[in-house]
Design a protein around this ligand. Structure first.
Ligand SMILES: N[C@@H](CCC(=O)N[C@@H](CSC=O)C(=O)NCC(=O)O)C(=O)O
Length: 281
């Protein structure tokens, strides 16, 4: 399991790195970012995965969220993968920001056109953690957490619910909580997974909660009430109802005046990093 170093730069006493590797899951070159906190130079540190949203790359969170200062203080290794395979050459995989490249929805596609390359679920849950464990000696992968934004919030919540014990903490900014019920999901899920809605359920947080999946800990979710995607796409009230019915611990905070942008994420990143650091200590 090898990777190439694209760049490494000093940042808050640690190192901000960008890397690439040949991915067996997605059948092409994948890029990912790792922030190595200063504590990683002398010992093991917990690993916190961040999944970004539609249109994003492995750079978006690293450049825009302002997470490194506190990650350095808390001793958290941040790992941010790209949001999909790239340069797939698959017809229909480019040209629409809501589907295809940069819109992988953290699932394993099953439709003939997409099944070979669009395997972000297996990439994020298996291949990338194995690569981090093998390639970065300071990574204490027994202490892993996961969070994300929008499509990446959906990824983080569904992955944590389906992999009990693999992640000790989970949180999300403005997640898509019920893709089976909103336009983004209704566009993407049939094209990746086919028309049978039963196949969509493993990739829908509300459906997972309603079918018995639980996370052993509190889900932390922040949502801006001035987010233009709130009503049509995000629908946090569906998460609140499903969590209540399921007895799933949830801290859902509606933040007045905040939109869907990385200014919103910058504002609340400290709360999320501290939430993860507490669970990963
Ligand atoms: N081009 C779109 C807006 C796209 C957008 O807002 N993407 C979000 C994630 S949306 C859900 O996954 C994002 O994180 N963008 C990156 C950024 O730097 O803000 C439009 O036309 O509305």
């Amino acid at each position: 399991m090898t990777f190439e170093t694209i760049s490494e730069q000093r940042c808050f006493g640690g190192i901000q790195g960008f890397y690439s590797h040949a991915s067996s899951e997605t059948g092409g070159t994948m890029k990912f970012a790792v922030y190595h906190p200063p504590q990683a130079a002398t010992g093991k540190v917990p690993v916190l995965y961040y999944l970004a949203g539609l249109t994003c790359t492995e750079e978006t969170f690293i450049i825009k969220a302002g997470a490194q200062r506190l990650a350095a203080e808390l001793g958290l290794m941040l790992v941010a993968p790209d949001t999909s395979p790239r340069n797939t050459g698959i017809e229909g995989a480019t040209g629409d920001w809501e589907f295809g490249e940069a819109a992988g929805f953290y699932l394993d596609a099953t439709t003939p056109a997409f099944a070979a390359r669009f395997r972000m679920y297996s990439y994020v849950t298996r291949e990338l953690p194995a690569l981090i464990a093998a390639g970065f000696a300071a990574a204490d992968t027994a202490r892993s957490g996961i969070f994300g934004h929008s499509m990446g919030g959906h990824g983080a919540l569904t992955i944590a619910l389906k992999n009990p014990g693999a992640y000790r903490s989970v949180s999300a900014f403005a997640p898509i909580v019920a893709p089976s019920q909103v336009p983004w999901g209704l566009k993407a899920l049939p094209r990746y997974l086919g028309e049978d809605r039963v196949a969509w359920q493993p990739y829908d947080t509300v459906a997972l909660l309603r079918s018995g999946h639980r996370f052993d800990g509190t889900l932390l979710v922040d949502q801006g009430d001035a987010d233009k995607f709130l009503e049509p796409q995000l629908k946090p009230e569906l998460l609140a109802a499903a969590a209540k019915d399921a007895g799933q611990a949830l801290t859902l905070r509606l933040q007045p005046g905040y939109d869907h942008s990385y200014y919103f994420i910058q504002t609340f990143i400290e709360d999320h990093l501290r939430h993860h650091a507490r669970a990963l200590a």
